[in-house]
Design a protein around this ligand. Sequence first.
Ligand SMILES: [Zn+2]
Length: 476
Amino acid sequence: MLYEPTIGLEVHVQLNTKSKIFCSCSTDFGAPANTHVCPVCLGLPGSLPLLNLEAVKKTVLAGLALHCEIPRHSKFDRKNYFYPDLPKGYQISQYDKPLCRFGFLEIPLNHGTKKIGITRIHLEEDAGKLVHSQDTSSRISYVDYNRAGIPLMEIVSEPDIASSDEAFSYLGELKQILQYLDVSDCNMEEGSLRCDVNISIKKKGSTQHGTKVEIKNINSFRAVKMAIEFEINRQSKILSQGKQIIQETRLWNPDLKTTIRMRSKEDADDYRYFPEPDLPAIVLEEALINTLRSQIPELPRMRKIRFMREFSLTENDAKVLTSVKALADYFEEMIAEGVPPKRASSWIQSELLGKIDNPKNIASFPVTAKKLAWLLVLIEKGIISGKIAKTVFTAMIESGKDAECIIEEQGIVLVSDPGQIEQIVESVIEKNAESVDNYRSGKEKALQFLVGQIMKESKGQASPRMAHEILIKKLR
Ligand SMILES: [Zn+2]
């Protein structure tokens, strides 16, 4: 390609505080329109905002995890513009003194990692939501102010991103960290995480940046990737025809998979920012910053590396297990109960994950880590076979009962009477003379086959360990 892109991302994240940023209205998603509102978030005359400390704490926590500098002094500003979803005619945001600045996020690439700079993280209030009438002839739009005043954290990256893949990777890493920190649920379908892309292209090797275009309204990470690829193409075509790129804001159209011109891009000057007179400046005590720093948990990338080292897991297994904090916690709890890491990992991936809609909800899964661990320890001890364990597991999910309880209730009698197993072993040896010869001539694999036949003949009820021991004795 003749041109190379320069990409920066602006990520808006709704914080998961219980109440809004400047009033005590609920932030719950999905309530009937305009039921979570009050004079403050409706911007009625005479009402005054009161800052929610939780929102500040969550923003600073995110900043610390992203290696940001946290200035002691910060303040809010008014960003003035008119739009029907903005009842006051201005948005309370932060302009020149954000809560966090100069951080970075390390993203994995095919070979090694890359640091993407974080310019700033600031806190602001979300706007309401326009709901357009389904009836296109009516030209009516409704407005729901439930969302107005939900705390919104904006994370602005440096233009360090050089491809759609890097942008994708940045968003994935960022989302995981924010979820680990429990500052947001990052649910894109519900709009808790929204992303705008700033992109320009320049001749390869040139130091002069091209004209920047902003793309809004992108509703998934995949769409971010597609929008970037589309823009690189569109801008390259314009430049190679000798024409100029116009500085503008474009919208991503998910149906047509194209970007469409929305408006010419405003500059900061257009918003007439000035300090918010109704809120005092913020002074962050060193002690609060230190307390927050101590609350940062082990983050996903470090946890993945530790899982690989400590439990000898493959990179892919460690990646799946650490993708969600609750899942990684579940895995480690099983290990603490004495389950070998490889068995815990493969059970979680092949048996458990298929049975829950979202790993984030594992805390409400009827089989706790301890209960699953006890079940797997029974296999380890040779008390039940893996096959029976799967049946018991399904029953545990349905009833919420312990493994022992189900084994007793369902009358899963394990054959651990040596005499009975001996009979089965003898019959298997008789029927599989060829495998027996193979084993005796040094083919270890034949032994596995014979154990399998014993388990089959006992309908999975023989103690696998005992079957193994008796078989070896008989084959000597
Ligand atoms: Zn309110």
